[in-house]
Ligand binder design. Sequence first.
Ligand SMILES: *Cc1c(COP(=O)(O)O)cnc(C)c1O
Length: 387
Amino acid sequence: MSTISHMQQELQLLEEHSNLRRLPRMVHDGRDVIVDGKRMLNLSSNDYLGLASDRALREEFLRTLTPDTFLPTSSSSRLLTGNFTVYEELEAELAHLFGTEAALVFNSGYHANTGILPAVSDAQTLILADKLVHASLIDGIRLSAAKCIRYRHNDLAQLERLLKEHHSAFRQIIIVTESIFSMDGDQANLPALTELKRRYGNVLLYVDEAHAFGVRGRQGLGCAEESGCTGDIDFLVGTFGKAAASAGAYIVCRKVIREYLVNRMRTLIFTTGLPPVNIAWTLFVVRRLADMRERREHLAHISRTLREALQAQGYTCPGASHIVPMIIGQSADAVLKAEALQRHGFYALPVRPPTVPEGTSRIRFSLTADIRQEEIEELKKRTENLK
Ligand SMILES: *Cc1c(COP(=O)(O)O)cnc(C)c1O
């Protein structure tokens, strides 16, 4: 069979199983999206603090710019001529906020996760990764020379057994987890992980805070700040594309790790640095995160309201974060129910295999701090009527 007809056949199979993906066409207007001419409240955004839809904040930032400071490109890798002062300001600010020796900024979370693990691993490395870590971490593991074992989601007893069994056979073991998990919205027990790691001299901890940076902790630095274990995490990674309303990612770490990454990390070395204007916007937002406490509290409140209502309606809704999954089961059913919500002005999306396991298709509500309590009340009525 020719390549093309093979592709056509595969796509048709996806279509038949309600698993075919398309790039949605939409227009954005603040908190709303307009799809096929229909205006809906966006319940699927990662703009967790509502900063991307905050026009006043953008105006304030624009006033800081002049044609001399609006720099839309870095024109080079940071290792060559692309390293502008604003990069170092952002890194100094991050290290200061987290209280770490160093910080390093990357083009995206995908770059961070596919670059760090291959850089720091060799064939004498064992990676122990949570079963549900993000695809970018899986790809980083695949690109590395390390041996990898996945442990059951948040199963620290299994992780402990694996550490005991393997620690003496490897030069180093790296435990890899997220803090808040993308699809279930539940959380890793960071204090317990740091406690496990401390029992061995050769175990390092890698935590991806993509969904927690900006959202958790008194200063909005994430779950590590919230649980007081920033200093025990060797690779503390987060992204700017979600709550920080920008693009890019960071690691906060020891100086020696930063220097090692600068020398070894291919997704840092062989790519054009993000535009300085983008880094300036990230810095502008990061400096304001500590003051966003009310937004964080409101987000926690509406998330709790929605989760408890869905549970009372009989749905399984794991986790305790602003990511509220409503588990439905079959893909076709999840699609129909999401469409019903959309008809009522709520832009909620179905998540299907292979993103989640077969039989656990769901509607994934991803709440943001600019959603109002009344809107959650209205949504509760609509989900009740779906049954
Ligand atoms: C979104 C996400 C990423 C990818 O970050 P980008 O900056 O969008 O590339 C990585 N890890 C997790 C857990 C994420 O949710």
